[in-house]
Design a protein around this ligand. Structure first.
Ligand SMILES: Nc1ncnc2c1ncn2[C@@H]1O[C@H](COP(=O)(O)OP(=O)(O)OP(=O)(O)O)[C@@H](O)[C@H]1O
Ligand SMILES: [Mg+2]
Length: 264
């Protein structure tokens, strides 16, 4: 169904959204008045995941890294929407397509991720944000491969690993970065979690490497990325620049990467 407007409780008129800024798998983002946007979730998307994203956005609102400020959660006749302050900038995927500057983009993304990972939490008091271990375990248990010995072993191994207290974005890839005059900004609050920085690096590396190429997108694909870097060589180059900029090696992220893949 096309989206023509939102009827707000207590008001008769329909509030018409502005330009559609993005069309995602679970949500569409529209301009909303002069200085806001609304991320409007599809009706099929579970409400508890919408509220979890809203509470994540609230939990990181005052932390010292760049992200759009969350304003409110709205129930509309078209589904739930989260309202954010609108930022002016260029999506990093558009920047890469326009300039081909994979190295510059990787450095900007790594800087942003380091700013996020520098935020630490008291593990007794993480509020609404779940742990990276909870996220990894849930994905492996729900993967459809949970009964295999390999997955069972990885779940056991996860239980022996240190949890970590760094804020992880959990969904950082070029399509979730907006380049503004003030620097790179982290979009999407859907997967914030508390864990080890290596987990977040492995997750981003996974999102880069597993981005579908044109024609690869399958119906019901579990790949979390909608728009990706279009070429195997470019993905490899971006992945290498990214790991260099983070000061990490493929070997270091191997353990987390295996668990992330097992959870797909
Ligand atoms: N506050 C904002 N200001 C300007 N542009 C925005 C804002 N929020 C989102 N956008 C644009 O819309 C795009 C999609 O937003 P977002 O990443 O939150 O949704 P999604 O991709 O559908 O969901 P997710 O990444 O959580 O799976 C962003 O990459 C960005 O280009
Ligand atoms: Mg996104």
């Amino acid at each position: 169904m096309d989206f023509h407007g939102i009827r707000i409780q207590g008001k008769d008129e329909i509030t018409t959204p502005g330009k559609k800024l993005s069309a995602g798998r679970h949500a569409n983002v529209f301009e909303w008045g002069e200085d806001r946007v609304i991320k409007l979730f599809k009706a099929s998307y579970p409400t508890d995941l919408v509220t979890a994203e809203y509470y994540n956005a609230l939990a990181v609102k005052n932390l010292p890294f760049k992200k759009p400020i969350v304003c409110e959660l709205k129930k509309t006749e078209f589904g739930y929407g989260i309202v954010f302050e609108k930022l002016a900038g260029e999506n990093m995927m558009d920047y890469i397509e326009r300039t081909g500057d994979l190295k510059g983009a990787a450095i900007m993304m790594a800087q942003l991720q380091k700013d996020i990972n520098r935020c630490t939490f008291d593990l007794e008091n993480t509020g609404a944000i779940e742990s990276a271990h909870q996220q990894l375990r849930r994905n492996m248990v729900n993967s459809g491969k949970a009964d295999t010995e390999a997955t069972k072993e990885m779940i056991r191994f996860l239980g022996t690993m240190k949890e970590g207290n760094a804020l992880c974005h959990g969904n950082l890839h070029p399509d979730n970065v907006l380049i503004t005059d003030e620097g790179a900004v982290a979009m999407s609050a859907s997967n914030y979690c508390i864990g080890m920085q290596l987990f977040d690096v492995a997750k981003t590396f996974f999102l880069i490497a597993y981005t579908p190429l044109p024609g690869e997108e399958k119906e019901g694909s579990t790949c979390p990325v909608c728009r990706g870097i279009a070429g195997t060589e470019e993905r490899k180059a971006f992945g290498r620049h990214y790991l260099d900029a983070m000061g990490k090696s493929a070997t270091e992220i191997g353990g987390y990467l295996s668990m992330i893949i097992a959870g797909m």
